[in-house]
Design a protein around this ligand. Structure first.
Ligand SMILES: NC(=O)c1ccc[n+]([C@@H]2O[C@H](COP(=O)([O-])OP(=O)(O)OC[C@H]3O[C@@H](n4cnc5c(N)ncnc54)[C@H](OP(=O)(O)O)[C@@H]3O)[C@@H](O)[C@H]2O)c1
Length: 323
């Protein structure tokens, strides 16, 4: 089967299309023909290998797994003997095991992995693009303890995680302030944000108030810079790991009302992810959550897709069509 492989870390040119062996399923597994995958900032980070923390996971000197792609939608092609919850022809979406392997024509997953039926009326591209909600949701709900009426500030609100966070915070009936560049003000308001401010404006400190949750969806600010905008027991959440946030998380756990929090949503159990996929399916079915799709590329254009993601200004999600 065709797949995108990268045998070394580097810029998008390290990605190339190659022929690799089609997976063979055992009795606990299912084979899925992939229709759409995505190009995410996580894929870019894994491709570049420029993060010390990422290399602990992806391989110190060269990639341990050479097919990127953490998210997919597609159709079940074959099921192992003991798979009862899926059948050939089912339309599914999900996360690739360990976050790798979806840049390929086929992927095999265990019957207990994070794979769910696509709700009626949701297209393959939207289903693949929905997986980022499985980061925004646990951050806001489990780490932020989001509740109705809270004031929530989202930094990077026009990105993938941020655009899901805006919609989810509105679903929880919160007042949402979005930080993004001015070209995206209307976009984040269309997702439900009550206010939109420019993160780079010199006036920003006068525009902000105090928040119950500051969700730095893109990890571009810090607990130190933002804690004065937190309420007494407010929580600063970030998606990006640094030595500072690890120390601050430990320290604020025991001292002071304001908390600094980092989480790693990809490391949650398949059961937790499946529970959240059910929730996301329900929200999508009732129109309360809709992934934002910025661009679509064919798999042959994977280098261009990664080049675009690398610029750091995508709006929502970039989807990759396989068939
Ligand atoms: N911890 C976890 O479990 C976990 C899980 C998944 C992802 N992540 C991480 O989460 C991060 C965000 O992922 P993503 O997919 O949402 O990213 P993304 O879609 O690539 O983010 C793009 C957005 O970042 C905004 N941005 C760029 N510079 C900014 C700045 N200085 N201040 C504020 N916003 C800025 C851009 O807004 P403008 O164009 O308006 O400037 C753009 O819309 C990534 O670093 C990823 O690795 C962590």
């Amino acid at each position: 089967m065709k797949a995108v492989i990268n045998n070394e870390y580097g810029d998008p040119d390290v990605l190339r299309i190659a022929e690799i062996e089609k997976p063979v399923v055992n009795e606990d597994e299912l084979l899925i023909k992939i229709h759409y995958t995505t190009a995410t900032t996580v894929d870019s980070t894994f491709r570049k290998g420029d993060s010390f923390f990422a290399r602990l996971f992806t391989g110190a000197f060269k990639p341990k797994k050479n097919v990127l792609g953490g998210e997919f939608s597609g159709v079940v092609e074959e099921t192992g003997k003991s798979v009862t919850s899926f059948k050939k022809g089912d339309k599914v979406w999900g996360g690739a095991p360990d976050g790798f392997g979806a840049y390929a024509e086929y992927i095999k997953v265990n019957r207990n992995d994070a794979v769910s039926l696509i709700p009626d009326g949701v297209s393959f591209d939207f289903a693949a693009a929905s997986y980022g909600a499985l980061t925004a949701l646990p951050f806001l709900r489990d780490e932020g303890k989001i509740e109705k009426g809270m004031q929530v500030l989202i930094n990077g609100a026009s990105g993938s995680i941020g655009s899901f966070a805006v919609q989810l915070a509105k679903f929880y009936d919160c007042e949402v302030t979005a930080l993004c560049s001015p070209r995206n003000f209307e976009l984040v308001k269309s997702l439900g944000a009550d206010y939109a401010f420019d993160y780079s404006s010199p006036e920003i400190s006068g525009q902000l108030k105090k928040y119950d949750i500051i969700f730095d969806a893109v990890g571009k600010t810090s607990f130190g810079k933002t804690k004065r905008y937190l309420k007494k027991n407010g929580r600063y959440l970030t998606t990006v790991v640094t030595p500072a946030i690890l120390w601050q998380k430990l320290f604020t756990r025991f001292i002071g009302g304001k908390k600094a929090i980092i989480a790693f949503t990809g490391l949650r159990s398949a059961n937790e992810k499946l529970r959240d996929m059910d929730f996301v399916n329900k929200l999508m079915s009732i129109g309360k959550l809709k992934p934002l799709i910025d661009r679509e590329y064919d798999i042959q254009q994977i280098r261009a897709a990664h080049g675009y993601v690398d610029k750091g200004h995508k709006r929502g999600n970039v989807v990759i069509k396989l068939i």
